[in-house]
Design a protein around this ligand. Structure first.
Ligand SMILES: Cc1cc2nc3c(=O)[nH]c(=O)nc-3n(C[C@H](O)[C@H](O)[C@H](O)COP(=O)(O)OP(=O)(O)OC[C@H]3O[C@@H](n4cnc5c(N)ncnc54)[C@H](O)[C@@H]3O)c2cc1C
Ligand SMILES: *[C@@H]1O[C@H](CO)[C@@H](O)[C@H](O)[C@H]1NC(C)=O
Ligand SMILES: *[C@@H]1O[C@H](CO)[C@@H](O)[C@H](O)[C@H]1NC(C)=O
Ligand SMILES: *[C@@H]1O[C@H](CO)[C@@H](O)[C@H](O)[C@H]1NC(C)=O
Ligand SMILES: *[C@@H]1O[C@H](CO)[C@@H](O)[C@H](O)[C@H]1NC(C)=O
Ligand SMILES: *[C@@H]1O[C@H](CO)[C@@H](O)[C@H](O)[C@H]1NC(C)=O
Ligand SMILES: *[C@@H]1O[C@H](CO)[C@@H](O)[C@H](O)[C@H]1NC(C)=O
Ligand SMILES: *[C@@H]1O[C@H](CO)[C@@H](O)[C@H](O)[C@H]1NC(C)=O
Ligand SMILES: *[C@@H]1O[C@H](CO)[C@@H](O)[C@H](O)[C@H]1NC(C)=O
Length: 650
């Protein structure tokens, strides 16, 4: 058993021990580096900047080119005046037809968007500032002209591509000293717009990807396996490390989602979360740069307030994390059952293939049996979660299709039960009652059951196939476990009715991941963290995307109306789940009462930490703790981030 002393240590001066996980953290900003340079000096708590607005490009106090150049020198040349790739499609100095043609092909792939230091996935969050021609609505016609102007000024103004902690510190100091908005991009996946902002200095952390397995550590009261992880590691990059060391690490569900950026800092659920908890629950120690520009360590004994807040208390709000030490678990098997049923099986199969995965045969159901089947399946959620498994499903609908002479709407359900740590035989026995109960309501599913010896063998897709980049808006709700405890209760039927009306009348797709990361599962030190208490009580994380576009072809009025409709149906979920909340990482940017919904009873404590640690408001993220004291100018009534960030006047 080795203690924390194994962390690489460097004696700087006298008795100060600066500890860190990786070599990129050994390069730090010193008081000597700063000397008398007021651009990059460290902040002194309790802080002083209280200007009404952040300084915006073009303002008289925006740093001169000379200051930016000097800043760039101190960064070793890591400052970029980033240009969105789609600018190549517009006439002007950035026009380049070759580049534009290439970008048209790539703009909807996460593999390319994550590598761009500037752009977020969801460009509606910046007011669709520089639309790729022919992308929205999608078209294969390559001669379609741009739909609107390319507003480069809606994006962050500069990006620091960091490869050392020193560069992170310089960026934080420069932004704070000049009162410039600061944004952080890791993979760019964020759905809410927390990763971008107009006129900001952006910190691009995507290259901080080191990894080291620690077979045995003692940190606080934790003794066991762990790993040092660079903050930018993505899901798919964790699996080879798991295989090599015969361990399990928690990981997101999709391949290019960052494991320790926004995902961890907002909670972070996984296929194995009913067994091991959330990603925030895995964290034993953190290294980060705080708002004053200092590089600090945080764990249960040191900077406990930051350690509490960053684990689940919202990303991009208390510091820029550079690495962590996380729990490692024994290698574990994964079993999964897939099943599908739908109405209208005999209608156009080929057409259905475009919108559902029909690798498994669909069992036919009439309208009422279909919804009875939904209820019968969800009645098993408590049993699935108590066995440490999770449910995953997608419930979709398709309008009548005159081409196929079809006059009725089709409803389709595709479900999975995912169970870590159960033998194939035990799992077959475990799912038998689900198959039986569906049979009893009249649905004979043709379930397929698979078993994988390890989590990597279940999930790993080499190099990350990437996900399609969307541009839509979310609604979500955490349905409490208590609702599912008695499937004959009025509470259960009300919840089922709220899901049904979402699809049947709203015509939205429903998707839920049904996991239960209880306090007991979170264990030590996870149970004492800022993770939303509503997540601890939940068993279903229900989500729905707006089927309407939020792309550049829609007016602000249309988008506002589209969102209002979505929210009216989401309200039915809220009404069926009184006292619960939503999971902040997959939620509506305009979630009503986000403070209670995303943070629950932790909100006031987190606000206190925010005020003490970041009195300058260096960090801001929409829906973050304290963000309600700010507003973005010039957004046409939309919750977008392209304009100047100002304090709300009281
Ligand atoms: C295809 C897809 C699949 C998903 N699957 C899951 C899933 O299985 N489980 C789940 O829980 N969520 C899932 N999510 C949601 C995911 O948790 C969020 O999108 C999350 O914000 C992604 O974090 P990121 O760091 O990769 O992205 P980014 O957009 O780069 O960052 C997200 C937020 O974190 C901040 N941030 C990033 N790095 C740092 C840092 N080093 N220090 C401080 N702040 C930082 C950013 O400023 C921003 O506020 C999924 C999202 C997508 C698009
Ligand atoms: C900083 O400024 C002070 C006062 O002007 C001066 O005495 C000192 O030499 C300066 N230090 C450096 C490193 O330039
Ligand atoms: C920063 O310096 C590097 C190296 O000299 C240069 O390539 C880059 O263009 C500079 N960035 C800006 C914004 O001037
Ligand atoms: C246009 O873009 C291509 C591909 O990115 C690049 O190779 C080429 O040099 C660019 N042309 C000009 C004139 O900048
Ligand atoms: C492609 O778009 C251009 C411009 O809108 C239009 O003139 C042309 O007819 C379109 N081509 C096809 C094949 O639709
Ligand atoms: C991997 O770990 C599992 C679970 O701890 C153990 O049963 C197995 O023997 C290990 N395999 C190897 C190759 O060490
Ligand atoms: C689904 O079924 C249709 C019709 O049988 C078939 O053409 C299609 O290839 C199938 N899709 C998949 C993904 O198997
Ligand atoms: C739809 O109905 C018409 C008229 O009965 C028939 O001619 C046509 O073949 C049908 N189309 C399909 C796809 O079944
Ligand atoms: C099934 O429901 C759909 C959509 O609500 C409706 O159009 C259809 O008429 C119903 N079919 C039957 C047989 O009730």
């Amino acid at each position: 058993m080795v203690s924390l002393g194994v962390r690489l240590s460097l004696f700087v001066t006298f008795k100060i021990i600066v500890a860190y996980n990786f070599p990129y953290e050994s390069v730090q900003l010193t008081d000597d580096d700063v000397a008398n340079n007021s651009d990059i000096k460290f902040g002194q708590l309790p802080g002083d900047i209280k200007a009404e607005c952040k300084t915006f490009p073009g303002d008289s106090n925006w740093p001169t080119l000379d200051r930016w150049n000097a800043f760039n020198s101190s960064l070793g040349g890591a400052l970029l005046k980033a240009i969105p790739p789609a600018a190549a499609c517009y006439s002007g100095i950035y026009e380049n037809t070759t580049k534009c043609a290439a970008w048209r092909q790539q703009s909807r792939s996460s593999l390319f968007v994550r590598e761009d230091p500037l752009i977020p996935f969801n460009q509606w969050t910046l007011g669709n500032p520089c639309p790729v021609p022919g992308a929205s609505p999608p078209s294969s016609n390559t001669t379609i002209p741009p739909l609107s102007a390319c507003h480069i000024e809606y994006f962050p103004a500069y990006v620091v591509i960091v490869s050392t902690v020193k560069q992170v510190q310089l960026a934080v100091n420069f932004a704070r000293n000049h009162n410039i908005r600061l944004t952080i991009k890791n993979t760019g996946h964020d759905y809410l717009g927390r990763n971008t902002g107009g006129g900001a200095l952006q910190v691009y952390v995507h290259h901080l990807k080191d990894f080291q397995y620690l077979p045995s550590v003692q940190i606080g009261k934790y003794e066991g396996k762990a790993a040092r992880v660079g903050v930018a590691l993505e899901q798919y990059e964790l699996f080879p490390h798991m295989e090599e060391n015969n361990i399990t690490l928690l990981a997101p569900g999709s391949s290019t989602v960052g494991a320790y950026g926004g995902y961890m800092q907002g909670g972070g659920f996984s296929y194995i979360s009913s067994k091991f908890g959330l990603m925030a629950d895995q964290v034993l120690a953190l290294e980060l740069v705080t708002a004053d520009g200092r590089f600090v360590h945080a764990d249960v004994e040191e900077n406990e307030d930051l350690f509490f807040a960053i684990r689940g208390g919202g990303p991009s709000n208390y510091g820029i994390v550079t690495s962590a030490i996380v729990k490692a678990h024994d290698s574990i098997s994964v079993a999964r059952m897939n099943f599908n049923f739908q109405t209208g099986v005999n209608f156009e199969q080929a057409n259905i293939a475009e919108w559902v995965d029909n690798t498994t045969a669909y069992a036919e159901a009439t309208n009422e049996t279909f919804w009875n089947g939904i209820n019968a399946y969800f009645a098993h959620l408590v049993r699935i979660n108590d066995a440490k498994g999770i449910g995953w499903n997608s419930l979709s609908t398709q309008a009548p299709n005159p081409i196929f002479n079809r006059t009725e709407r089709i409803f389709s359900f595709t479900g999975q039960v995912i169970m870590p740590g159960m033998s194939a035989n035990d799992f077959s026995d475990f799912v038998a009652p689900i198959v039986q109960d569906l049979h009893d309501v009249g649905i004979d599913i043709k379930a397929t059951v698979g078993w994988w010896p390890t989590y990597p063998s279940y999930s790993f897709r080499p190099n990350g196939p990437g996900e399609a980049v969307g541009n839509g808006r979310f609604a979500s709700r955490l349905f409490p476990r208590s609702i599912f405890e008695d499937p004959s209760s009025p509470e259960f039927f009300k919840a089922m009715a709220a899901i049904r009306i979402w699809v049947e009348e709203g015509h939205y797709s429903f998707h839920s991941v049904d996991y239960h990361p209880s306090y007991a599962t979170a264990g030590y030190p996870g149970a004492d963290s800022a993770v939303n208490p509503h997540l601890r009580n939940a068993i279903m994380h229900a989500t729905g995307f707006d089927t309407g576009s939020y792309g550049p072809e829609r007016t602000a009025e249309e988008m506002i109306a589209s969102h209002a409709r979505l929210n009216a149906y989401a309200q039915k979920w809220r009404d069926a789940t009184p006292g619960s909340g939503a999971y902040m990482n997959e939620a509506d940017t305009e979630e009503p009462g986000f403070q209670e919904s995303f943070y629950g009873s932790n909100y006031n404590r987190l606000l206190g930490i925010k005020k003490v640690r970041d009195p300058w408001d260096v960090f801001y993220a929409v829906t973050g703790v304290g963000s309600d004291e700010w507003r973005v100018e010039g957004t046409d009534g939309l919750p977008t981030q392209q304009g100047r960030l100002c304090r709300r006047l009281r």
